[in-house]
Design a protein around this ligand. Structure first.
Ligand code: GDP
Length: 328
């Protein structure tokens, strides 16, 4: 069993690769919900949507979000009615939001609603929200605090970022199954997702960081930063606002308490060599995922790095001791 911590863009591409190279039934995803929003009165969970769409073969690979071949007639009609249209939801995508909202209104938890939708769409992997409690990523900027989607989609991440916080995290609990999936996985993979606003909220849910410290399997992260810049999006800006350099060293630092293996791009092989001096295992490979083949190759490489580290290495307990030594 593999457990993957993921956001919705780099994460979805990586999961697209994994599902090509291993049985989906053996994958549990712990997905960020810090970007969730109420849109036109509907509960939208952008990262769960992207992960669900990629696993059901529905994701638009061109856009990287939403349903392939979708139309946007409702969006146009809402615009004509004077409603906000900055968050793009396609017509078929709306079906997901309508059904989830109805299930939540009937009293189901987000986990339960996600499981119902997964089952209806034939998703074989287990998709778990990080928490059923509301945890909201808030980005502080000179114009005030913004939700992640306001910062990212509405304002095109143009505002300088002062800080990022996860409102509600300290009172949140991990969703059912999350701790067990992390602790007992043969390997935990951290997708090439934004370390601050996609993986950060997951780590902020009490109990999850601790589960990573006690994880039985190896923990490997794929860097979303290549050559000191994110492949796309604001990860570099957000990492710097969080006191982390925009580099593979910054990614390693974000996960330093529990990380066993960092997988970075071959373009970063010099930085990788420097990072190895700290004792971290760092592996370089091609990490830019353009085609289905790139995605499968990265997933295959990631799994083989984890397996190789098990074969070559110290008994598993050594790593656990290392992790526990670092426990605050
Ligand atoms: P979000 O929920 O939309 O923010 O999506 P994620 O956090 O899952 O993904 C965003 C991150 O994916 C960005 O920081 C990108 O640098 C990274 N990313 C996107 N495409 C690729 C890729 O092909 N390779 C790698 N290594 N990272 C990527």
């Amino acid at each position: 069993m593999i457990c993957v911590l993921s956001g919705g863009t780099g994460g979805a591409k990586f999961v697209d690769g994994l599902r090509q190279v291993m049985p989906a039934e053996e994958i549990t995803l712990v997905v960020n919900t810090g970007d969730d929003l109420l849109w036109w009165g509907l509960y939208v969970s952008p990262d769960i949507d992207s992960i669900t769409y990629v696993l059901s073969g529905m994701l638009s690979r061109e856009r990287g979000w939403g349903v392939k071949g979708d139309t946007f007639l409702c969006l146009q009609a809402m615009g004509q009615l004077g409603e906000p249209t900055w968050f793009h939801t396609g017509d078929r995508d709306l079906a997901m939001h309508l059904l989830r909202s109805r299930l939540l209104a009937e009293g189901k938890t987000l986990s339960e609603a996600t499981a119902v939708i997964s089952q209806k769409l034939g998703v074989k992997a287990r998709v778990l929200p990080m928490s059923n409690s509301r945890v909201e990523t808030r980005v502080d900027t000179p114009i005030g605090e913004l939700s992640f989607e306001e910062y990212f989609v509405q304002r095109w991440y143009q505002d300088p970022v002062k800080s990022v916080r996860f409102a509600g995290a300290s009172d949140a609990e991990p969703a059912p199954g999350v701790i067990d999936a992390i602790t007992n996985a043969d390997a935990v993979l951290i997708a090439p997702s934004n370390p601050v606003t996609s993986i950060g909220p997951i780590l902020a849910v009490p109990g999850i960081h601790d589960a990573l410290l006690h994880a039985r399997g190896k923990i490997a992260a794929v860097s979303p930063i290549v050559g000191n810049a994110p492949v796309a999006g604001p990860a570099g800006i957000l990492m710097e606002a969080h006191g982390l350099p925009s580099s593979i060293a910054g990614v390693a630092q974000a996960y330093e308490d529990f990380l066993d293996i960092l997988i970075c791009d071959t373009r970063d092989s010099r930085a990788a060599e420097a990072l190895r001096q700290t004792g971290l295992r760092v592996q370089c490979t091609q990490t830019i995922m353009r085609s289905a083949e790139d995605k499968a190759a990265l997933a295959r490489e990631t799994l083989s790095f984890v397996t190789a580290s098990l074969l070559r290495e110290e008994p598993a307990s050594d790593t656990s001791f290392r992790r526990l030594d670092r426990q605050p």
